[in-house]
Design a protein around this ligand. Structure first.
Ligand code: PRX
Length: 699
């Protein structure tokens, strides 16, 4: 943590209204009657069972999966190291595919796909199983072995699911990079994960345009030291910042610098044909349809140790270097399957739509592993919610008869802004349950979601969790829990969440503190790939003996959790997690920048928006053109999701006498308030005056 927890007011834009929120919504009787856990008493019994026999409770959940060999010990725990279902062996895809393909679900739809241009595909469990077997054989033929990492950089198309599951089937952990990340960010992740193979597509559709995924992979591989050596695809890619003087010597951003030489390289790039546009081609490149299309559909799933790595996924921490969060097979799948079943009250006739991209953990757990382990039907949509019109989502719900819809508050706020007429023009009566994830949902958006999308009949599950937790931790059980707009309600049975002070003592009702998890849970991260020390320090080193989530929260008198946002230097922009340091080091890699500091400020639509404070190098003119240039530079370095909303210039940044940037003051300046806090340690009082004058904010 930098300069201590943020105040409640800094936590998010909706906190004031959250503090006065008193409305409650018991589960509708009809919903409760038909649900898996249909009463407060049933919920209490589950909690009691889990508290009385924590390991027994989780063993029962794990028992819902398909195991090749049962575990001998449920848990081995020496903080911070957990092993779950020790000695057990399984193949994740046997639970997600084989057992369904061998049952009456063989011809049940597993995936309902709609592409942005309007093309559709349906894959039954039988068909998905065959595709995954073919892809598993193809990966094996390309030399991928158990334990090799595979990077996936694909659009939201069925092949993304097939690719993930094929990796899981052969024990090759996947590391998925969201298609909105730049070539530079992709390169960092490929290098850090030491991926041997990259799976991508010629492109993906986004608002009618093609996202040049293959081009980005080509650019990224130049930086991994694994370029095709003179192939037209990878040689001399123009416009790439890597290797330019901009990056030289900037710690933490080594794209293209000589430091990359000798990084173990990517051997193959497997390319799905999606958009049909021309792509450069090198000797490492292989078309998916050539190798997967011709592979055998027979593949016997080998079994792996319960603790065999299933995937790593990069997320932002407090430093400039993203963390590869590592999840393992038995525990992760248990958590994903258990939460999918109970939080979404999944039934065989549901059509479950989680709008997250598979590049985020939500896509891993609730587009793929969780629902498929339960034999559910999953809807998958490739494109943007406003393409071609702002009614696209509501058309999809009507067309496919979606019953459970899970999305993010930032999307809900955008829908509100676009106008009620869009959902009103569609028949949304198939919906029975709504979910929210990624950031605190403000009560106004919660009520709108309930009334305009859920027709005042669907319960809402506001689900709190993280990349690190692997699965939902705090959320209502929709048939049992009375909800309050803006609260994720209570911890799920089996999860020991609490709000504590820095010394670990519990906070009183409504007292703000740190959100912690007091007992290990199966889907918890096992390490940060390649940096176990950072893992131990970040998550178990802040508050003695417990998992520290990085969020501030309070519990009300009913024991309901109200999440107040991050207490560290992580910001949450439109549900995407970014580290201020990451954006700062991207800015600092620009030749015209002497120093940069980045903070989040409350934003009505995105939750938080990025404000960058920049000191240009001597002789550089600070003007709108420079602001535009810097914003574009961040887009190239990380991706559009990290582009600062606003850039402000000043000759110096506010620092303490010991040279530490006073972010608290910058946050106050960025949110438009005059610096209220203590400024006595500020070295140059004049600095604040300059910064308070917003300089440039374009497009
Ligand atoms: O600050 C919390 C916020 O998102 C962070 C986790 O981000 P990420 O790992 O990207 O995972 C997002 C999807 C699980 C948390 O530390 N967050 C997530 N869900 C909620 C939330 N904040 C409030 N309410 C939520 N329901």
């Amino acid at each position: 943590m930098s300069d201590g927890p943020k105040t409640v007011a800094e936590g998010g834009h909706a906190i004031e209204s959250v503090l006065t929120e008193t409305r409650t919504f018991p589960p509708p009787a009809a919903f409760a009657a038909a649900s898996l856990v249909g009463s407060e008493a049933a919920y209490a019994a589950m909690v009691e069972k889990a508290e009385g026999d924590h390991e027994g409770f989780w063993a029962e959940q794990a028992g819902q999966l398909e195991w090749a060999a049962k575990w001998t010990r449920t848990l081995e725990w020496t903080a911070p190291d957990a092993k779950w279902f020790v000695g057990g062996r399984l193949n994740a895809t046997a639970s997600c595919l084989d057992r369904h393909a061998a049952s009456w679900r063989k011809n049940k739809a597993a995936l309902l796909f709609e592409g942005e241009p309007g093309d559709t595909r349906v894959l039954t469990y039988g068909q998905l199983h065959r595709e995954v077997c073919k892809a598993a054989n193809a990966l094996g033929a390309l030399g991928v072995r158990a334990g090799d990492f595979v990077a996936i950089y694909l659009p939201m198309i069925p092949e993304a699911v097939v690719a993930m599951l094929a990796c899981a089937r052969i024990g090759a952990p996947h590391t998925i990079v969201f298609g909105g990340f730049s070539a530079e960010a992709l390169s960092d992740r490929i290098k850090d994960s030491r991926a041997k193979l990259v799976i991508t597509a010629d492109g993906g559709w986004r608002r009618g345009a093609i996202v040049p995924l293959k081009d980005n992979v080509d650019k990224a591989l130049v930086g991994t030291g694994s370029a095709d050596g003179g192939s037209p695809a990878n040689a001399g890619v123009p416009g790439r910042a890597g290797g330019s003087p901009a990056n030289a010597g900037v710690p933490g951003r080594d794209g293209g610098s000589p430091a990359n030489a000798g990084v173990p390289g990517v051997e193959r790039v497997l390319v799905v044909k999606r958009t049909g546009n021309a792509v450069a081609w090198g000797p490492k490149d292989v078309w998916w349809h050539d190798v997967v299309g011709t592979a055998s559909a027979r593949h016997v799933a080998p079994s792996f140790d319960s603790e065999h790595p299933l995937f790593s996924l990069y997320t932002s921490g407090t430093t400039g270097k993203p963390k590869g969060i590592l999840h393992t097979t038995g525990g992760y799948l248990t958590g994903a399957a258990y939460t999918s079943k109970y939080v979404f009250d999944l039934r065989d006739d549901d059509v479950f739509w989680c709008t997250a991209d598979i590049g985020w953990v939500t896509g891993h757990s609730y587009v793929v592993y969780g629902p498929l382990a339960n034999g559910a039907t999953v809807l998958m949509y490739e494109g943007a919610p406003d393409a071609p019109t702002k009614s696209r989502f509501w058309e999809i719900i009507e067309r496919w008869g979606v019953t459970v819809f899970y999305t993010a508050p930032t999307a809900i706020r955008a829908f509100m802004r676009w106008g009620d007429e869009h959902p009103a023009a569609h028949d949304l009566s198939s919906l029975r349950l709504l979910g929210s994830v990624g950031e605190p949902i403000n009560p106004e958006a919660w009520m709108w979601y309930r009334d305009k999308i859920g027709g005042a009949r669907c319960p809402i599950v506001d689900t709190w969790w993280q990349t690190e937790t692997g699965a939902i931790m705090i959320a209502p059980l929709p048939g049992a829990t009375t909800t309050k707009p803006g609260s994720a309600t209570r911890a799920l049975p089996g999860i020991a969440a609490d709000v504590v002070k820095k010394d670990g003592t519990p906070c009183g009702p409504n007292e703000g503190g740190f959100l912690v998890i007091k007992r290990p849970w199966p889907s918890m991260l096992r390490t940060i790939f390649g940096d176990h020390e950072r893992f131990a320090k970040t998550y178990f080193g802040e508050i003695e003996g417990v998992y520290f989530a990085g969020d501030g929260a309070r519990k009300d008198a009913d024991g309901y959790f109200w999440i107040m946002g991050r207490v560290d230097d992580v910001i949450n922009v439109a549900g995407h997690r970014l580290s201020t340091m990451e954006v700062e080091s991207a800015l600092a890699s620009h030749p015209k920048v002497a120093e940069a500091a980045v903070v989040g400020r409350p934003d009505d639509l995105k939750g938080q928006a990025i404000v960058a404070f920049v000191t240009p190098r001597a002789g550089v003119t600070a003007d709108d053109a420079l602001a535009t240039e810097l914003r574009a530079h961040v887009t190239t370095q990380i991706g559009a999701l990290a582009r600062p909303e606003e850039v402000r210039f000043a000759d110096a940044l506010p620092k303490t006498r010991s040279g530490k940037i006073m972010r608290r003051l910058l946050r106050e300046v960025a949110s438009g308030s005059t610096a209220r806090g203590d400024t006595t340690t500020l070295e140059d009082q004049g600095v604040l005056e300059t910064l308070a004058q917003a300089y440039a904010s374009d497009d």
